[in-house]
Ligand binder design. Structure first.
Ligand code: ADP
Ligand code: ZN
Length: 630
């Protein structure tokens, strides 16, 4: 079939009716067409870019039963709930289902009325499942998180490898791979592994204009994370930590500060994990503190902040994890608290896990290469939007993004950085380059610790040279010098600080040094932040959020399945009560209007009466956020 058989108008019709969106985002149209024409495709879009719609619309429009391969059961369930709430018939089949439920779903599939069948890869490749798909004559497969098939990706999963057989088993069906990982190598690997034929490769823009990126020197992690969380009272926040123990300590510290926070990691009992995840999805919990294991199983679209308490181990991870913020297209911030110490911690973790697996230390090379890219991203004060987009091989047009710490001019240098650096370096020299950062710090601060006294370092001229500096700030400065290669740190179990040629240049005053610190001034609002709140009655918005939470609880579904924040903000702007003005709100389709229009309408009428406001404000047209408008 050619493009002309699916004019844009026809594609938009179900998009409006079921999803309540009146336009498609960049790349969505092409990806949907590939699905309709059943031409193999690889669709690369950042997290939050809107991949799901690309495989959902063709099945609905062509009235097919398409299969979606998805790695996580929790995510599948949410997708099915979400689709049903929009009036699209979808089911999921996975191993955690009791036999009766499975039989029920299988008979639903046999009717041919299901539009989407979500399957875990290991289930799909079973004889029983393959036969069932033969019987219904499946015409198209969508593979979500397709990078999991590639060794070159950051999330390889063995069960995905079996998908290589799909093309042989169903030569008549098209395969559509979706991923947020953009490296050329992974993309090629997906094509090869899946045996795609003449695939359309569609790569969307990697920029997420609604996200503000901040990379801040970490001087007091607990305090700094708590400050960001406080900026987002009663909003969804994800904090990423490096280890399980870290997540527990961080969650406890945030709770002590009055925040509603819980930890989440792979070492927890499945029940406890599910409870935490459900509480977060149902908006009973605001802050989740997690290791990398968390994320793929959560689909809450109104996450307003993603905080990295430590540096992630690759830019890919950073992009994926920060991608969880602002998936509804509204403003959100991503804050990374960075210290060079993180790099050392990852390095020793890589080495340890290689040793445990009986592998040679060189096998950590690829991991180290990714780690150093991440270190460069964190350590170089250049526009973060640009750096990310360029890392993924695209060009960035804007000079000033207006949405990162660098462009917003939030990074601040220490006034006397060169002098401070000289003091640190000369102290390293005085202790004969035989001590680590902790001890050097103690000497500079003038502490009389046991070790300082034992080595008679209280008699050194550098003892107390930086007295009065906060210990954590000083440690951070030492790591900044290491990051900038102005100071070396030896490998091994007891690393010591060593000078190099650059250190000597600094000490001789032949080189100036820049050391950064968190700026104490209050943060400016970004243009995006202001625009997305324009005309919104905040009190009404909060009241609609409460209503949403109540309904979600009653129905036992995640709150965003009801409406997402972008939709509620539009409602709090337009105050719709008529059918027409409700349908004009982004995210309200016919099914949801019939289902929820009355109860939300009543709340809006009551609110307007109480506050003497007009309803159906046609002046305040629903606003497309920049992410959606382009
Ligand atoms: P991805 O799978 O790429 O991470 P999703 O498919 O979950 O992203 O979409 C992210 C968000 O964007 C969802 O809340 C979805 O409802 C919304 N969205 C997708 N397409 C559109 C569109 N054309 N207009 C408005 N919102 C959209
Ligand atoms: Zn910028």
């Amino acid at each position: 079939m050619t493009d002309t058989s699916w004019p844009l108008k026809r594609i938009l019709e179900p998009v409006r009716r079921y999803w309540g969106f009146d336009r498609l985002r960049p790349m969505q149209e092409e990806a949907i067409r590939a699905g309709l024409e059943r031409r193999d495709s690889v669709v690369v879009m950042p997290t939050g870019g809107g991949k799901s719609l690309c495989y959902q619309v063709p099945a609905v429009l062509a009235e097919r039963t398409d299969v979606v391969v998805s790695p996580l059961i929790a995510l599948m369930k949410d997708q099915v709930d979400g689709l049903r709430a929009c009036g699209v018939h979808a089911v999921a089949l996975h191993s955690a289902m009791p036999p009766e439920a499975r039989a029920q779903v299988e008979s639903e599939i046999a009717t041919g009325n299901c539009r989407l069948v979500f399957l875990a890869p290991e289930r799909l490749m079973t004889g029983r499942c393959l036969e069932m798909l033969d019987r219904i004559g499946v015409r198209a497969f969508a593979i979500d998180e397709a990078h999991c098939i590639s060794h070159w990706g950051h999330d390889f999963r063995t069960e995905y490898r079996k998908l290589a057989l799909l093309k042989q088993r169903f030569p008549q069906a098209s395969i559509h791979a979706f991923t947020a990982t953009a490296t050329e190598r992974v993309r090629e690997d997906i094509v090869t592994q899946l045996g795609l034929r003449d695939a359309r490769i569609l790569v969307g823009s990697f920029d997420r204009p609604n996200l503000v990126y901040r990379v801040i020197p970490r001087v007091d992690g607990f305090q700094q994370v708590a400050d960001v969380v406080r900026r987002h009272e009663r909003q969804a926040v994800i904090v990423y930590c490096l280890s399980r123990k870290d997540t527990e300590a961080m969650a406890a510290s945030l709770r002590a500060g009055g925040a509603q926070a819980r930890h989440y990691h792979a070492g927890m009992e499945p029940d406890e994990r599910r409870q935490t995840q459900d509480a977060f999805a149902q908006e009973k919990l605001d802050v989740i503190v997690a290791t990398v294991a968390f994320g793929m199983g959560i689909d809450r679209s109104d996450v307003r902040a993603v905080i990295h308490a430590t540096m992630p181990k690759s830019v890919e991870h950073y992009q994926q994890e920060t991608g969880r913020a602002g998936r509804d297209g509204l403003e959100a911030e991503c804050v990374l608290f960075y210290s060079g110490a993180d790099v050392m911690r990852w390095q020793s973790l890589f080495e340890r896990s290689a040793a445990q697996a009986g592998l040679a230390p060189e096998t950590t090379q690829p991991q180290l290469a990714l780690l150093h890219e991440m270190q460069r991203f964190s350590g170089v004060p250049a526009c973060r939007h640009r750096a990310l987009v360029e890392y993924f091989g695209q060009t960035y047009e804007q000079e000033n993004c207006g949405a990162c710490d660098v462009c917003l001019d939030e990074v601040e240098g220490y006034a006397d950085a060169t002098e401070t650096a000289q003091k640190i370096l000369s102290c390293v020299a005085r202790v004969d380059q035989r001590f680590g950062a902790g001890h050097v710090g103690d000497v500079l601060l003038g502490s009389n610790t046991e070790r300082v006294l034992k080595f008679r370092h209280h008699e050194l001229s550098t003892h107390g040279l930086l007295k009065g500096t906060a210990k954590k700030a000083l440690t951070n400065m030492i790591y900044q010098l290491i990051d900038q290669r102005l100071l070396e740190r030896s490998d091994g179990e007891y690393p010591v600080l060593k000078l190099n040629a650059a250190s000597l240049e600094v000490m001789r005053g032949q080189r100036t040094v820049r050391l950064m610190q968190p700026k104490s001034a209050p943060l400016k609002k970004t243009r995006f932040d202001e625009e997305s709140w324009e005309g919104v009655d905040r009190e009404l918005f909060e009241s609609l959020r409460t209503l949403r939470r109540e309904i979600a609880k009653e129905r036992g579904v995640p709150a965003y399945v009801i409406f997402n924040d972008a939709t509620l903000r539009d409602m709090a702007r337009v105050r719709p009560t008529s059918k027409e003005s409700f349908l004009a709100v982004r995210g309200v389709g016919e099914k949801k209007l019939a289902d929820l229009g009355a109860v939300f309408g009543t709340r809006i009428v009551e609110y307007c009466r109480e506050h003497k406001l007009a309803c159906d404000d046609s002046e305040s047209k629903p606003r497309a956020t920049p992410a959606a408008a382009k």
